[in-house]
Ligand binder design. Sequence first.
Ligand SMILES: Cc1cc2nc3c(=O)[nH]c(=O)nc-3n(C[C@H](O)[C@H](O)[C@H](O)COP(=O)(O)OP(=O)(O)OC[C@H]3O[C@@H](n4cnc5c(N)ncnc54)[C@H](O)[C@@H]3O)c2cc1C
Length: 430
Amino acid sequence: MMSRAAPALDFDFLIVGGGITGCVMASLLVNRKLAAPGRVAIIANEAPPAAVPAVADSDWGLRVFALSRASQRLLILCGAWQLLPAQKYNPYERMCVWDGRGGQPLGGTPRGEPQGSGSLSFDCAELGEPNLGYIVEGRALQWACRRAATDAGVVFVDAGILKIAVDPAHVRVSLADGRDLQGQLLIAADGADSTARTLLGIETAGHAYHQDALVAHVRTALSHRNTAWQRFLPTGPLAFLPLPDGRSSIVWSTTRPEAGRLRALAAAAFGAELSAASGEVLGSCELTTPIASFPLKLQYALDYVRPRAVLVGDAAHAVHPLAGQGLNLGLLDCAVLAEVLGGDSRGPVGFGEHKLLRRYERRRKSENLLAATAFDGLERLFSNDNAAVARLRMVGLGAVGRVPFIKRRLAERALGLSGDVPEFLVKVVT
Ligand SMILES: Cc1cc2nc3c(=O)[nH]c(=O)nc-3n(C[C@H](O)[C@H](O)[C@H](O)COP(=O)(O)OP(=O)(O)OC[C@H]3O[C@@H](n4cnc5c(N)ncnc54)[C@H](O)[C@@H]3O)c2cc1C
């Protein structure tokens, strides 16, 4: 006699990927009352991160995020921000960006602040804001987001996915361990190499940057002054993000051969090259951690939706880290999707409706493509050696700095407080 297959476990929402984006999406669905506790499942292929004591130690892991004020508001709304140990985030007050052609901060002192044409800086005081955003430790953030989702009654199912099938009433997922899950809507939040996106038959476009981002923490002779520094070099941008213990987290994007050469250097030699590459803006640099390396690419999904399925986060778009916006964009995807779903009064049956999902796609695809293209354009602009282009860069950066309106609009975008931001996010008290 043939054994009957077990009935599919039933939920309203199935989220593939238990990273920061997946966990925030899940908590938000419960928080916005789009699903009851127990009705959202996250299919995760990673063990839960370390418990609080390990997360709360004073040292910082290598993955660090610059989060916008909008992302902070979303994390507050999800209950994740409140769980972050205070030593795991640092508000930053200023941002300074400059063209590194010539090896010294343009117009500034050799060991001082870049000024004048070819540089641009933003100060929270000028904008009437308490800060420009937060530098947050990735490990602690991942832990807090997963814990907040668990507290919200989200069910974690640890298994790989094999198949996604859609019928008029449900989306069904077959798992590698033999179980089947069903829901009204599947949300793919499983990152740039998304299996769910592939199973849904959604194609991507983009290109490799032929660059690696080197990530490490360094001690610098001069104080970082709670400033995020970014120097554009012909080989790629070099950023210093201020950590609460006085060190900075660097993200040094450079050509692949150059990244290989730098990684192979002894710590002291790496520190010396870093100081030189930064134009000594923070004086000499001392490497205090191993170096992690990430290959960089621009990738965007051609579609964000299929019947009863939708992409969020890096599954939909992977951008150059030069503006530190990848996760911020993914979190805004979650907020807009929740807003769009919240606009449908029919509850779970309406959530998979293509017309509704297309509304989300229209809003986020244009914003994300605009951001991806802007970062891509910046990367190309600053890696171009042509003298006329170099002049254009200098004039452009200086001009933006001198027109308060444009400067303010740019800053508000970076804070995540302008553009297509859901109303419920604007209202969150920080
Ligand atoms: C060097 C560097 C610096 C960056 N700095 C910043 C910054 O300062 N600020 C910022 O906003 N962004 C930054 N980014 C971008 C940011 O890292 C990404 O945008 C963000 O991590 C994407 O989150 P995600 O949850 O969408 O995907 P991921 O972080 O990739 O998470 C995907 C999750 O899905 C899981 N998964 C994968 N496949 C499956 C599967 N088949 N089944 C189940 N689960 C699966 C994974 O295990 C993981 O948990 C940076 C990126 C780089 C490379």
